[in-house]
Design a protein around this ligand. Sequence first.
Ligand code: M6R
Length: 596
Amino acid sequence: MCGIIGCVGRDDGTLETLVHGLSKLEYRGYDSAGVALTGPGTGLDICKRAGEIDDLRDGLAGRTLSGTVGVGHTRWSTHGPPTDENAHPHMDCAGNVAVVHNGIIENYQPLRDELTRAGHTFTSDTDTEVVPHLIEDALEGGPDPEEAVRTAISRLDGSYAIAAVVAGHEVVFAARNDSPLVLGIGDDALYLASDVPAFRDYTDRVIYLDDGEFARLDGAWTVTDAEGTVVEKPVDTVDWDPEETGKSGYDHYMLKEIHEQPRALRQCLRGRVDELGGAVDIGDLGDLSPTGVQFVACGTSYHAGLYAAGLFRAAGVPAQAFLASEYASGVPPTGDALVVGITQSGETADTLSALREARRRGARTMAVTNTVGSTAARECDHAFYIRAGPEIGVAATKTFASQLAALNLLALATAGGDARDIVPALRDLPGDVQAVLDDSTAPAVAETYEDAPAYFFIGRGLHYPVALEGALKMKEITYKHAEGFAAGELKHGPLALVTENTPVFAVVTGDGELARKTVGNVKEVEARNAPVVAVTDGASDVERYADHVLEIPETHPRAASVLANVQLQLVSYHVAARLGRSIDKPRNLAKSVTVE
Ligand code: M6R
């Protein structure tokens, strides 16, 4: 989704700092980009282009944009197509104010009508453009720029992270409502961004803005509330290195992040699992004993929610997973229920909205997230961190593995159940994932089936969410049709889609009832001459009916889901790589989806 960067005090190159920051935000997904600079006694210089950061760089070639303060933006279109005109920053009529914005201004149309009647001319289709014109109006009364920006912000309804500069003033103004903004406190310079990677190369000291807050960055920083009262803000330190956001020699972030899973899992489990005694310790969170759990999440995180609901139900605690965007129309939480938002970013608008709805209905809430200081972490009663490290590829990979591990810990600590078998399996999980990564034959499977018109994925029990996740990964990075099904559902309709050209990936582990039934479904597929790829630990006889086998080590069924998913991640990655897809930034998608 859209990204914001701003800086003041970078004597060695404001423009380079802004463009570098934008390149660090590319992973969020975008379709145009731009920058605006100014400084004491100078006008406003602006450049913006539809397309990628390289298109912006082309636009900047041969131009001298100077200034000691500036803002930049990557736009993911909501109001109007990706064009130069719709790219941010947006300006007022006189060209004295530049504004970048993430989110949606819900009352932009009446504001635009009002401003148009007052003589303002608009040059874009965006909701954002009302903001610089509102500031322009407010400046006419003669107040100082901060007053003017505050006045404009007070007119807005909706979600926004906004940064603005006014020609000739060495200040960045920023305001937040329902869309993340974080300040970076450097030794000589100050930054603001929608996400820390934008300035992490320069500082690890950060201040997370809360809704309704307003920031002014000049030689110093101040944060105030909507009334202008100073808010004391803690300065936090981020706990990851800038190198973690590089590709480390891999062709794509996604492949790097797939290979980082052993480390991510170790980080998730460290200090939470007693290696000898088999106990799980997640601190005070372990004292929660919910009578029921509702998981709310989107996409990959929803698949983690389906898996987690299975864990809680197995421990005798009623649990359901909801698509966050559908939660409001679902069953309200009752009694001592806990509503858990699973969200890697902690900023997904649908998930935040579901969590707010849950609070409104009186439930306790918890965020299971990767992002310390995220909105979900701060708004919920409890936060449980999955500690996967930064994930840049739009496709969620290592965060899914860490979510599954963390949710096992949460279920064991809060719902109980026999930890003796699963704890050793969790402890061995990083090594088992490494073994899968080392020995996977996924590249050969990808080569065999890269031309297939569609792919199907089946599994039962805890492997059903893995089937859904396998299909999501395949469709989002290969742009091919892919569907995941509960294996037993295949014969109730989807089997009509299965042909000799459509590979079916079947996740089958162990030799219990679920495995036997899934093997039965595999036979139905084989009887229709569809190629079968079995993801298996070899405990059942599924290999007899499979054209290809992707092996995983034998382990506890809960850990087997994580291992099977790694194989499916690799297949999708290699199919996408062979097809030359934009793997880290798939078309139309964004890493952090901050609109509903
Ligand atoms: O940050 P979140 O976990 O809340 O994101 C939710 C989904 O947008 C996300 O899981 C998405 O489905 C994945 N990036 C797909 O790989």
